[in-house]
Design a protein around this ligand. Structure first.
Ligand code: HEM
Length: 259
């Protein structure tokens, strides 16, 4: 059996990181935390997304049909038993738009905490250095200003002119943008291809409600992070006082964050 080199698996990689004196940088506790974090982050987002894709495809037959037609074209272009390749994945634009719309309506991660490293002022609010903020994907993803008729399932929102940067943020953004996003895209698209090719399904309980938490004041959009970002950009004094990389981290946004 051949052993992995330190760069071939994550655990070995983490364990092999040393400082200039050759001391290990990460304690056993931190290593365990990193591995647990990766397992959870890598598993939960994808499983939630594919589960919700199944839900929406059952509820919206016209969307299922469109996904099925496009996926069948790809399937027909393959030789028997030939596996999907990268070019096939690139052709799955409509399916990815469906996945993006699923993650817009029901973001698998409702948001993430950030800590302010400087005093921060926005729309009459002062947030002191050291305070924690939870940015919520709902605040922009359900905002009719960016997504007209936000309750409507409409994958075409992601065609042509894409949503305003930093408004579709299911995978976060800024320096902490999900590092697993491309892998997640691959897994989700391969899943969609194989499942629609083989099955058509319906909900056993058609009126079942999705048991997911929503912010109760979603409609107020009192803290709209894409506006925060632009308002900061327009105020040079803030840029001076808050390094841009930190602002990115506050608002959890990045151009093209939604892939
Ligand atoms: C559809 C699937 C996924 C969703 C919706 C998702 C969502 C997110 C979100 C919202 C964040 C926080 C970003 C931020 O703080 O701005 C994040 C971070 C992270 N994700 Fe994902 N993720 C997914 C898949 C994955 C996969 C497949 C992996 C690994 C294989 C992964 C690994 C991570 C890690 C390690 C972080 C922490 C990054 C950091 O703190 O710098 N994620 N993800």
């Amino acid at each position: 059996m051949q052993m992995a080199t330190p760069t071939q698996d994550l655990l070995s990689h983490i364990q092999s990181v040393v400082d200039e004196n050759g001391e290990h940088l990460m304690s056993e506790e931190l290593v365990a935390e990193a591995i647990m974090g990766l397992l959870l982050a890598g598993y939960d987002g994808v499983t939630s997304t594919v589960t919700l894709i199944i839900k929406y495809l059952a509820e919206l037959p016209h969307i299922y049909d469109a996904v099925y037609r496009k996926q069948l074209e790809i399937a027909k272009s393959k030789a028997p038993r030939e596996l999907l390749n990268w070019k096939d994945i690139q052709k799955m634009k409509y399916s990815w738009n469906v996945a993006c719309e699923v993650m817009r309506l029901l973001p698998p991660s409702p948001g993430v905490f950030r800590e302010f490293t400087n005093d921060f002022f926005y729309a009459g609010f002062t947030i002191p250095k050291g305070w924690k903020l939870h940015w919520s994907a709902h605040s922009t993803q359900w905002n009719p200003q960016y997504f007209p008729d936000p309750e409507k399932f409409d994958p075409t929102r992601f065609e042509g002119t894409r949503p305003v940067p930093y408004t579709h943020v299911p995978l976060g953004g800024g320096p902490s943008l999900c590092p697993g996003r491309e892998y997640a895209r691959l897994v989700i698209l391969v899943f969609m291809h194989n499942v629609v090719k083989r099955f058509r399904w319906e909900k056993l309980l058609p009126d079942e409600q999705t048991p997911l938490p929503y912010p109760s004041k979603r409609a107020s959009y009192s803290f709209d992070f894409s506006c925060v970002f632009y308002s900061i950009l327009e105020q040079p004094s803030l840029i001076k006082r808050i390094p841009l990389r930190d602002i990115d981290a506050y608002v959890g946004i990045e151009e093209g964050a939604d892939g």
